[in-house]
Write a protein that binds this ligand. Structure first.
Ligand code: HEM
Length: 394
C-alpha cells in the first residue's frame, strides 16, 4: 500500500465512525437506561441489521431472491437506519468485492490486514478503477431516490425515528437518541464490518481455500448469519448463508418466512449436489495434505521386481525374512518380535505366499495391519509361486 495523504481521508466517514462511539460512551456513562428503551435498542439493532443483510446484501447486491415492492420499501427503510451508505454505493462496492476478492481492486481487501478490511477502507479513499454492472440499480427509481436523499433519510432512520418512538411512547427522548440511535448504531456498524474483516481471517475454508473468506459460526451470531462466508463467496446467488437448520442465519429465516406471505419469491438455491461436491473436494484436499506427513511406504509401482526364485535365494543368502502377500514381497525381519499374532506365525510364513492366511485363512487382518505392512514393502513379485508354498496349516 502507498503512504496515505491527507487529501485521501474521507472526512464525513471519519466523523460518523468516530463521533458515534464517543457519543455512545457519553450516553452509557450519563444517561439512565430504561428497560423499554433497552429492548427497543435490541429490536432496532435486528431491524436495521437485517435491512443490510436481507436487503442491501442478499437482495440488491446479489439478487438471490425476488421481493414485492412493499417488501423492498420495508427493507430499504430498515437498511437506511444502519447508516452504511446508499444501496447503490454499498451494492456496487460489494459486487466489486466479489469480483476482485483479495486483489488490489477489492475495496475491502483482507490481504491489507484486519483493520483495513474492517474500517480503514472507509476512512481512506483509494483509486479504484474496478468496473461492475449496476445497471439494474440505476434503473430502479426507488434506489435512485434513496441515493439522492441518502443523508437526510439515514439521519432520520438512524437517529430521529427511534428518538420519536421512545419519546412519544414512554417519554424517553434522550435515551432513545443515545441508546436506540447511537449505541445501537455503533454495535451494528462493527458487527457488520466483521463480515469484511473477521470472517476473511478466522474460520473454516469449507468449500474452497483459493480466497480468504471463511465460515465462522461465532461471527454468524453477530452478523445475522453472514458468518458462513466461505459458502457465500462460493455460492453468492444462494439466498442462504447457512445450510443446516441448527446454524444461525436469521437473514435466511426472514426471507423464507416472508415468502410464506408472498413478500418474497423465487428464492435461489444452488443445487445441493454441487454444494456437496465442493465440500468433499475441500475435505479431500485436506486429507491429501495430511497424508503428505505420513509414511505410506514405497508405492508398489516403484518397487523393484523379483521372481519367487529370487525371493528364496535372497532369504538363503542373507537371512532376510521375506514373505509374499497379494503379489508384493514384504521384509518382516524387524517385525518378527513385534507381531501381535506372535513370532511363530511369521516364522512359518517366511519364503511363502501367505495371501490366503493373511486374509482370513488363519486370521483376517484389520486395517492397522494393512497400513503397517506398507512400510515393509520390499519388492513386486513377478511370475508364479508354487502351489505347495501358498497353503499354510493353522
Ligand atoms: C507383513 C505381514 C503382517 C503384518 C504387518 C501383521 C500385522 C498384524 C497386526 C497389526 C495384528 C493385530 C490385529 C490386526 O491388526 O488385525 C496382527 C494379528 C494377527 N496376525 Fe498378523 N501380520 C502379518 C502377517 C501375518 C501372517 C502371515 C499371519 C499368519 C500366518 C498372521 C497372523 C496373525 C494372527 C493369528 C493375528 C491375531 C492375533 C490375536 O489377536 O490373537 N499375521 N497381525
Amino acid at each position: 500500500m502507498q503512504p496515505i495523504k491527507l487529501s485521501q481521508i474521507e472526512w464525513h466517514n471519519v466523523a460518523i465512525l468516530f463521533t458515534t462511539p464517543i457519543l455512545a460512551i457519553i450516553g452509557c456513562a450519563f444517561v439512565p437506561l430504561q428497560t423499554n428503551t433497552f429492548w427497543l435498542a435490541v429490536a432496532y439493532y435486528f431491524f436495521t441489521g437485517l435491512g443490510i443483510t436481507a436487503g442491501y446484501h442478499r437482495y440488491w447486491s446479489h439478487r438471490s431472491y425476488d421481493a414485492s415492492r412493499t417488501f423492498q420499501i420495508l427493507l430499504l427503510a430498515m437498511g437506511t437506519g444502519a447508516m452504511e451508505g446508499s444501496v447503490k454505493w454499498w451494492s456496487r462496492g460489494h459486487r466489486v468485492h466479489h469480483r476482485y476478492t483479495d486483489t488490489e481492486k477489492d475495496p475491502y481487501n483482507a490481504k491489507y490486514g484486519f483493520w483495513w478490511s474492517h474500517i480503514g477502507w472507509m476512512l481512506i479513499r483509494t483509486e479504484n478503477k474496478a468496473r461492475v454492472d449496476i445497471s439494474d440499480l440505476n434503473a430502479d427509481p426507488l434506489i435512485r431516490f434513496q441515493h439522492k436523499h441518502y443523508a437526510a433519510l439515514s439521519i432520520f432512520m438512524a437517529f430521529i425515528f427511534p428518538t420519536i418512538v421512545t419519546g412519544l411512547l414512554w417519554d424517553d427522548w434522550i435515551g432513545g437518541f443515545f441508546f436506540v440511535g447511537v449505541t445501537r448504531l455503533v454495535f451494528l456498524h462493527h458487527s457488520t464490518f466483521c463480515i469484511n474483516s473477521l470472517v476473511h481471517n478466522l474460520g473454516e475454508h469449507t468449500f474452497d481455500d483459493k480466497r480468504t473468506p471463511r465460515d465462522n459460526w461465532v461471527a454468524a451470531l453477530i452478523t445475522f448469519g453472514e458468518g458462513y462466508h466461505n459458502f457465500h463467496h462460493e455460492f453468492p446467488a444462494d439466498y442462504r448463508n447457512a445450510l443446516k437448520f441448527y446454524q444461525y442465519d436469521p437473514t435466511k429465516w426472514l426471507i423464507w418466512f416472508a415468502s410464506l406471505a408472498g413478500f418474497t419469491y423465487n428464492l435461489k438455491m444452488f443445487p445441493s449436489n454441487e454444494i456437496e461436491k465442493g465440500r468433499l473436494w475441500m475435505q479431500q484436499k485436506k486429507i491429501d495434505e495430511a497424508k503428505k506427513n505420513l509414511n505410506y511406504g514405497v508405492p508398489i509401482e516403484d518397487l523393484p521386481t523379483m521372481t519367487f526364485e529370487d525371493v528364496k535365494s535372497k532369504i538363503k543368502e542373507t537371512g532376510i525374512k521375506l514373505l509374499v502377500i497379494s503379489g508384493v514381497v514384504y521384509d518382516v525381519t524387524d517385525f518378527m518380535n513385534d507381531h501381535p499374532g506372535g513370532k511363530g506365525f511369521l516364522r512359518v510364513s517366511i519364503g511363502r505366499d501367505v495371501t490366503a492366511s493373511f486374509n482370513g485363512g488363519i486370521y483376517d487382518h484389520a486395517n492397522a495391519a494393512r497400513n503397517l505392512m506398507q512400510s515393509m514393502r520390499y519388492a513386486k513379485l513377478v511370475g508364479e509361486v508354487p502351489e505347495e508354498l501358498k497353503a499354510l496349516e493353522e
